[in-house]
Design a protein around this ligand. Sequence first.
Ligand SMILES: [Zn+2]
Length: 190
Amino acid sequence: MSRLAFQYGTVHTEKSKHAFSIKRKFLKHHLSVILMAPIMTHQEDISKYDYLISKDENIYLTLKKQFLNTRLLIIDDAHLLSEVQVDELLQVAISLHISVLCLGLRTDFRTSGFSGARRLLELSQVLIESPSYCECGQKALFSVRKEKGKITFCGEKILKGDSICYEALCPACYYRKLIHYKRLKQSGRL
Ligand SMILES: [Zn+2]
């Protein structure tokens, strides 16, 4: 039976590597597989993907017209999909009998959900958590943003760039750093 699955986590869960290794396994067994990512993907090397999904693209129609013989559809950075596109993916699994594996982040750097990830958590028949660990050794739950090496809780929801990086933190460390950041900001030292 074809199903919609969502493998989610924080940053640094190596989900992209996982997506490529699943693709390789499928190809080794001569099974058709396609690897996609939303056009706003965080990945720098987009040539690795077979297809990039546009912002308002109907994924169900794309699969129906171009990739009907596919056994598995893998979508990296799936949290960047729209809610409507996630609904279409469920239709891909149900009506086109193509299994769909989405990989992505659960929340942004301010602990808010991404619309695609939220809908995937609501609709997916299979939910898989990719574990990652905080600097203190506890299981990480959130991703924090660093700009030029300093933690920040301000800025756009999605931001890439050479001076930007992300770190996986447990809830206790995340809130400790948030309180410290707020104190610095209140005292004008930021
Ligand atoms: Zn921690």
